[in-house]
Design a binder for this molecule. Sequence first.
Ligand code: HEC
Length: 381
Amino acid sequence: MKKNVSTVRLLALSLSFLLFTAAIRQNAGLEPTAENQRTKNDSTDAETGLALDKDLVLVKAHCTGCHSAKMITQIRLKRDEWQERIRWMQRNHKLWDLGESEKPVLAYLEKHYSPDKTAYSRREALRNIKWHRLENPAYGSFFRSFDGTKIYYEETGQGKPIVLLHGFVVNATMWKLSTRQQLAEAGYRVIVPDLRGNGYSDKPQNEKMYANDAEIKDVQALMRHLKIGQYDLMGYSRGAILAVRLTAIDPAVQKTILGGMGEGFTNKNWDKRRAMYEVFAGKANKYPQLKGTLAYAKSVNADTLAMQYLQKHQPSTPPTELTKLKKPVLVISGDTDFDNGSAEKLSAMIPKSRCVRVPGNHNSTVASAAFAREVIAFLNQ
Ligand code: HEC
């Protein structure tokens, strides 16, 4: 009987506690969400990610004041190593004497974060990794190009169309969403394809499919598919090489921006293109300075055969054709970017062109605010 009464009391007590916390939550305007509330079967504390345990309060009190609990959850140490770390923090980082708490804190750390505990231990290294892009492919669309190759593209904004062409061993994601957003806010419909051989687009394993300006024809096919008459064009790095070609042959192109590009490509036998081709054709040892590019391509799971064909059949536009261009062109590069020759020399070959340098190197410039500003100013002229 007595027992029952205390159970009832306990129940009433916990019920009032629940109501109390609910009231606080309501007052604070905090709805319980996935972030601020533990879900039923979770074995970790929602606030810190630390393992749930009777001594968690102690660990939270002593160990989360100075740094993120990730310092703890991302490391596996034996008991004496944990103790050694604690001493180290006490010597160097003003961690206080844990007193009576040290024993249970150490026991907690050993129980949950030692190398031989499987419950929370670090997972095994992944093998045969398949990389996925963070964006949802549903965000973009596919269409069949002139020769049946499936091409992926993304669109942001409404207004005057502008097509953005990415560089080598990258894809549409090279064009940062912030840059696209700024263009969209400036009144542009920003269209960004994954060029064939890259990203979500098909990667034909047949060399012929990359020859005869296939990538150029893809952009034209995309414009037909979207029923777009006139458009502006921006290419960065290798994308700029395609953009020049398209500007030279397609009357639909209005204004063109060539980013991260010098005059190198105007030579059909540009040594950099030839070297890049050979690197992807199995002769990487000849070019130690380009080994990094090959390693990068492999690390992002790029199709190395497609990369080889893309270099082999990369379009080139000779100076004699550039001098005939009648459209406004902005040549823009980072102030330390001479990777593909000189932007100034390229600009000097194009009659209605202007050359601008903004702070940055070949990789950083395209994502910079200064770059976006200059591009929008040129488009709005
Ligand atoms: C008074 C501040 C303070 C408190 C409290 C504190 N730490 Fe630290 N801890 C530090 C600092 C500072 C570093 C070094 C951070 C860095 O290197 O960026 C550190 C680093 C660490 C590291 C990383 C060590 C390594 O080898 O990389 C771990 C693990 C760690 N702390 C665990 C704990 C644990 C467990 C507790 C609770 C017993 C705790 N910390 C309490 C200040 C503190």
